[in-house]
Design a protein around this ligand. Structure first.
Ligand code: NAP
Length: 301
């Protein structure tokens, strides 16, 4: 077993899922947890998200070999400050934050005595809070580890083994590259969804009830993404600003090209793009990253 005592800080969707997944896959591993919100702590204890829900961050991390911070990216500094007095020697501190460069820098500065191995399980849903977590969240999903050059390789290897036990596939990546890749695969798609849902609800010529009534035309799928947690996503765009802006520049150019094709009646350009994007969807399904069923198989959870 990679770690026998693990603390989970932040007991929402990700923290709850990590706790439940460890409980299921590694029942002999002792888990403790803490969240700053007493109601979340009470619900986490009721659901048994971790073995013991503690009343303080220091109690939760005491004697732990691994601490996983599962709080919004903008709360990582506060969480690091809360756990710092309780950390033992040789502890590994990791996280699940959606952006990696800023979080890694911040944790290394805030916790100079600890071994920092940032991580990002590329798995989630639009739900948040202590009722949202489930043990199978990481099955067949990628978990990207972004250690810096000073991180001991054996700590990275142990963390990889833990995530593999939870069902994930491991990739090791440079943090700046992670932020660029995730900007295009996750952050910009979310920004587009937030924007299109906002645009539709602002249109004066179309009523709100029409937007909802005819949502099956495509809008509905954007509303699922646009329902994601506002705190988490605000923090992602604030912490991954450079990579998001770089990819947004590329996207805006491509969107302008599409605008030109629509305006000039250039069906060939439109058709060629749509054919290419349809093939990408097929590859996503072939690689097990989504389900071909109309509800994407999500009703199973
Ligand atoms: P969540 O369901 O909202 O859970 C976060 C929990 O952390 C909340 O209970 C929150 O309490 C608590 N918290 C906030 N600040 C804290 C602090 N300083 N100390 C202790 N607890 C604190 O969010 P989530 O979806 O699990 O996201 C957690 C992390 O996972 C984020 O960094 C996110 O980027 C990353 N992530 C999310 C997804 C996804 O799809 N959701 C996927 C991959 C990675 P309050 O409610 O009181 O703020």
């Amino acid at each position: 077993m990679a770690f026998s005592r693990v603390a989970v800080i932040g007991l929402g969707l990700l923290g709850g899922s990590v706790g439940l997944a460890i409980g299921q896959a590694l029942p002999e591993c002792r888990t403790t947890g803490w969240d700053r919100d007493p109601d979340v702590r009470a619900r986490a204890a009721e659901r048994g998200l971790v073995g013991t829900v503690c009343e303080t961050a220091v109690d939760a991390v005491k004697d732990c070999e691994l601490v996983i911070l599962c709080v919004p990216v903008g709360a990582m500094a506060a969480a690091a400050e809360a756990i710092a007095p309780g950390l033992g020697a040789n502890v590994v501190v990791s996280d699940v934050g959606s952006s990696k460069q800023k979080v890694g820098e911040l944790l290394r500065t805030a916790l100079p005595g600890a071994t920092i191995i940032p991580a990002h399980p590329v798995a989630g849903t639009e739900n948040s809070g202590p009722d949202a977590g489930f043990a199978a969240l990481f099955h067949n999903r990628w978990c990207i580890l972004t250690p810096d050059g000073d991180a001991p390789p054996e700590a990275t290897e142990k963390l990889g083994r833990l995530w593999t036990a939870l069902g994930a596939r491991i990739e090791i990546m440079d943090p700046a590259h992670h932020d660029l890749v995730l900007a295009v695969t996750s952050h910009i798609p979310h920004l587009i969804a937030f924007t299109i849902v906002g645009t539709a609800s602002d249109l004066e010529e179309v009523t709100q009830s029409e937007v909802i009534k005819y949502s099956a035309g495509g809008f509905r799928d954007f509303t699922r993404i646009a329902a994601s947690d506002p705190t988490m996503w605000r923090d992602v765009f604030l912490s991954n600003r450079e990579a998001v802006l770089e990819m947004l520049g590329r996207f805006t150019e491509d969107l302008t090209a599409m605008q030109r094709a629509v305006r000039s009646g250039d069906g060939e350009t439109l058709f060629a793009l749509f054919e290419r994007t349809r093939a990408i969807r097929r590859k996503v399904i072939e690689q097990g990253q989504d389900d071909a069923r109309p509800d994407f198989g999500r009703a199973d959870h």
